[in-house]
Ligand binder design. Structure first.
Ligand SMILES: [Zn+2]
Length: 349
């Protein structure tokens, strides 16, 4: 038991160290600095950091989020990315090797498991970088998408050689081309016909990258119909994730713009919906009166929210919404499918 906990903790710590590096990649891509050469330094007072200021998560906690030299606030991005990457390493590793972790057998270390595990981690790290730059500077750097395409094609080629069949390489290639063209076409449609910039310039490239990555995970001989369904799934799940993670960002923007009125009724509405779902799940709304009454309140609140949203849109406060990039939702959706495909096909033991 202690051995398992030690291994899990170690995997998490290794993940946070990688996360630390991803932070550097995100920031230096945006500021166009070299990733390797200059040592980490405070962006304000330019003092070079000591090694103990660079410990993932712990340094942020001990420094209470401030530079040790000048007291400048350290961006919350650092601990968030480090924690997320640690969680990612832990989750993906447990997913592929849970039997080995639990029983100590080495049966889980098959060619398929080990290669898919490494591939998923590399691509997910790049997903984090893409999300980071997209959130921070509203820009997707095409280089990152090309690296995903390259890594995915290499992985697909290795799988193809291992299987002595080129279908996985084909899935990866076709997946990338089809998804790129699909999203590029959609962007053209939105830009020209609807005159809205609903999709960013980088979104077709993200689609191309995740198309090759997801395609490379399709098992040998599964067929192009499965590939098509998976890409459709990634595409349909993305707006759903976008909506879910847009709600807190939208609320935060309302708070920043001091629109407390709309913020309050939105929180009231979502809070009520959550309580309502719980209550109906636990069978507290058995009698008809309680059911109709609670549903009536939900409908009334929903109507109120709609009216207030319309009013704020007409007053042109909708700009708080336009600043939220789609990229993170796309890559999260792709990540979920990269885990779901082997889960469905029973690749992980
Ligand atoms: Zn400083």
């Amino acid at each position: 038991m202690i051995a398992i906990i030690t291994v899990l903790a170690l995997i998490f710590i290794i993940g946070t160290i990688f996360g630390s590096f991803l932070n550097v990649v995100i920031l230096r891509t945006i500021s166009e600095e070299s990733i390797v050469v200059p040592a980490s330094k405070c962006p304000k007072c330019q003092t070079a950091l000591k090694w103990y200021h660079n410990i993932p998560l712990l340094s942020y906690i001990f420094l209470k989020g401030k530079c040790a030299f000048c007291g400048e606030k350290i961006s919350i991005q650092y601990p968030i990315v480090e924690f997320l990457t640690g969680l990612l390493f832990l989750g993906v590793s447990v997913f592929y090797f849970h039997s080995s972790l639990a029983w100590g057998f080495l049966d889980g270390f098959t060619f398929n498991n080990v290669s898919c595990w490494i591939f998923t981690l590399i691509v997910s790290c790049l997903y984090i970088v893409i999300s980071g730059t997209d959130i921070k500077s509203l820009a997707v750097y095409e280089l990152h998408t090309y690296i995903i395409m390259g890594v995915s094609l290499i992985f697909a080629l290795i799988q193809s050689i291992h299987n002595a069949s080129y279908s996985v390489l084909l899935y990866s290639l076709v997946g990338g081309v089809v998804f790129f063209l699909f999203v590029a076409g959609l962007k053209l449609l939105f830009d020209k016909l609807l005159k809205t910039e609903a999709l960013g310039d980088g979104d077709p490239f993200i689609a191309g990258a995740i198309g090759t990555a997801v395609g490379a995970m399709i098992p040998d001989g599964a067929g192009f119909i499965i590939l098509g369904l998976v890409i459709l799934g990634v595409f349909l799940l993305a707006p759903l994730l976008y909506a879910i993670w847009m709600v807190p960002v939208y609320l935060y923007n309302l708070y920043k713009n001091k629109n407390y009125y709309l913020m309050t009724i939105l929180i009231l509405f979502f809070g009520y919906v959550v309580v309502y779902l719980f209550a109906s799940q636990f069978g507290w709304l058995e009698n008809n009166l309680a059911r109709y009454l609670s549903f009536g309140v939900a409908a009334a609140l929903g109507l109120w929210v709609c009216i207030e949203l319309m009013r704020s849109l007409r007053n042109n406060q909708s700009s708080v919404c336009a600043q939220i990039p789609l990229g993170p939702a796309l890559v999260t959706s792709a990540f979920i499918f990269m885990i779901m495909i082997p889960a469905m096909y029973g690749v992980a033991i």
